[in-house]
Design a protein around this ligand. Structure first.
Ligand code: PMP
Ligand code: GLN
Length: 386
C-alpha cells in the first residue's frame, strides 16, 4: 500500500447519498423517490428563453457576479416576496446552484477552528463544506413528530468560537418551516453573540402550511445574513444549477471572493431565462405550491395506509416516515433493501446526522413526481408490505 491519496479533510464524507441512491434506482429500474428532482420540467417559455439565449450568442463567460438582468430580477423578487431591498450591483451574486453559494459562503466566512451551528438532520453538503473550511460542525437536533427547534439547545450550542449559523428553512429533509418565535430566538442569539447567518432558503416557495419568513427580514438581521436561494426548486430546473446569494456588501464580498476561484462564473444562457422566470406572475408560484400540496397529501395518505408513521411536512417536497412499523429499526437497511424488494428508492435520514441514533428509524420520500408515478410507487409498496 502506498500512502493515502485522498486528503484527510474528505475523511468520512464518502459518496453523497443522492448519487448512491439514484444509481441504485437506475440499476434496479426502481421509482426514484430519493433524490429531490421533479419529473416534470418547468415552464416551456423559460426553456425557449434558454434556446433563444444560446442562438443569440450567450455562449461566452458572463460577468463574474452574474448578468445585470438576472441580478436585477433577483433583487426585484426579494423585494416582491420578502420586502427585502438588495442593491443588484453590490449585494447580489449569481452562483452555480445554491450548492456553490453555500460552499462559497462557508469558505469565504469561516476560519479554521470556527464553530458553525447547523440544524440536524443537515443537508449533506454542509458537513463537507464546513470540513473543507477547517471549521467545526455543531449540530442542534430537530426531533419528530414536529421537528421544532429546541431554542434552549440552540442557546447551549453557542460558544465563544461560534461564528455562524447555517440555517435551512423550509428544512430538508424534515419539511419543517421555522415559525416566528423560532426565528426571533435565533435572531436574538445572533445579535447577542455577533453571529452571521448563512440562510439556505431554496424551498422558499414550497410552503403548504404557515408562511416562510426570511430571517434577513427580522430587525437587525439583514446586516448579518447571507440569503441563499436557487432556480432549481422554484422553477423545476434542478439541472441548470443557477443559484444566488444576497447579502450586505461586506458579507457578499467574502462570498464572491471564494466563488470566483471555485467556478469563476455560472451558466451564461440560463441566466437571462431565469431573470424572466423570476418575474412570472404570482399565479405561477401559487400553482406550483398547490400542485405539490396535493401530491404531498397523496403520498402521505398512501404511506400512512401501509402502517407507516408519517410526519406531514409544512414545506419542501419531502416527507419523513418512521419505518419501524414495517419491521425495520434501521432506515439505512430499509433503503438498501427497498429497491430490490419493492422497486422504490427512498433516502435514509441517518446520513444527515451526527447523532446516528436520532435519525436511525427515519426515511425521506420525495413527492415532486407525477400523481401516476406516486400511485405506482404506492402500489408497489402495498404489494410488498400490504
Ligand atoms: N440546499 C438544500 C437544503 C437543498 O435541498 C438543495 C438541493 N437542491 C440545495 C441546497 C442545492 O441546491 P442547488 O441544486 O441549487 O445547488
Ligand atoms: N437537494 C436534493 C435532495 O435533497 C438533491 C441534490 C443533490 O443530489 N445534491 O434530494
Amino acid at each position: 500500500m502506498g500512502r493515502a491519496r485522498t486528503a484527510s479533510r474528505l475523511d468520512g464524507l464518502g459518496t453523497t447519498i443522492f448519487a448512491e441512491m439514484s444509481a441504485l434506482a437506475v440499476a434496479t429500474s426502481s421509482i426514484n423517490l430519493g433524490q429531490g428532482f421533479p419529473d416534470t420540467d418547468g415552464p416551456a417559455q423559460i426553456i425557449e428563453a434558454v434556446v433563444a439565449a444560446l442562438r443569440g450568442g450567450a455562449n461566452q463567460y458572463p460577468p463574474g457576479p452574474g448578468i445585470p438582468a438576472l441580478r436585477a430580477a433577483i433583487a426585484a423578487h426579494d423585494s416582491r416576496f420578502h420586502g427585502l431591498t438588495y442593491d443588484p450591483d453590490t449585494e447580489v451574486l449569481v452562483t452555480t446552484g445554491a450548492t456553490e453559494a453555500i460552499a462559497a459562503a462557508v469558505l469565504g466566512l469561516i476560519e479554521p477552528g470556527d464553530e458553525v451551528i447547523a440544524l440536524e438532520p443537515y443537508y449533506d453538503s454542509y458537513a463537507a463544506n464546513i470540513a473543507m473550511a477547517g471549521g467545526v460542525r455543531v449540530p442542534v437536533t430537530l426531533r419528530p413528530p414536529d421537528f421544532r427547534l429546541d431554542v434552549d439547545r440552540l442557546r447551549d450550542a453557542v460558544t465563544r468560537r461560534t461564528k455562524a449559523i447555517l440555517l435551512n428553512t423550509p428544512h430538508n429533509p424534515t419539511g419543517a418551516v421555522l415559525n416566528a418565535a423560532e426565528l426571533a430566538a435565533i435572531a436574538e442569539l445572533c445579535l447577542e453573540h455577533d453571529l452571521v447567518v448563512i440562510a439556505d432558503e431554496v424551498y422558499e416557495h414550497l410552503v403548504f402550511d404557515g408562511v416562510h419568513t426570511s430571517i434577513a427580514s427580522l430587525p437587525g438581521m439583514r446586516e448579518r445574513t447571507v440569503r441563499i436561494s436557487s432556480a432549481g426548486k422554484t422553477f423545476s430546473f434542478t439541472g441548470w444549477k443557477i443559484g444566488w446569494a444576497c447579502a450586505p456588501p461586506e458579507l457578499l464580498a467574502a462570498v464572491r471572493g471564494a466563488k470566483q476561484f471555485l467556478t469563476y462564473v455560472s451558466g451564461a444562457p440560463f441566466q437571462p431565462a431565469i431573470a424572466q422566470a423570476l418575474a412570472l406572475p404570482d399565479s405561477y408560484f401559487t400553482d406550483l405550491r398547490d400542485g405539490l400540496r396535493e401530491r404531498r397529501d397523496q403520498l402521505a395518505a398512501g404511506l400512512a395506509g401501509l402502517g407507516l408513521e408519517v410526519f406531514i411536512p409544512a414545506g419542501t417536497y419531502f416527507l419523513t416516515t418512521d419505518v419501524r412499523p414495517l419491521g425495520y429499526p434501521d432506515g439505512v437497511a430499509f433503503c438498501r433493501d427497498l429497491p430490490g424488494r419493492a422497486g422504490v428508492v427512498a433516502i435514509p435520514h441517518q446520513v444527515f446526522y451526527d447523532d446516528k441514533a436520532a435519525g436511525a428509524p427515519l426515511v425521506r420520500w420525495a413527492f415532486c413526481k407525477r400523481p401516476e408515478v406516486l400511485a405506482e410507487a404506492l402500489q408497489r409498496l402495498a404489494t410488498t408490505f400490504g
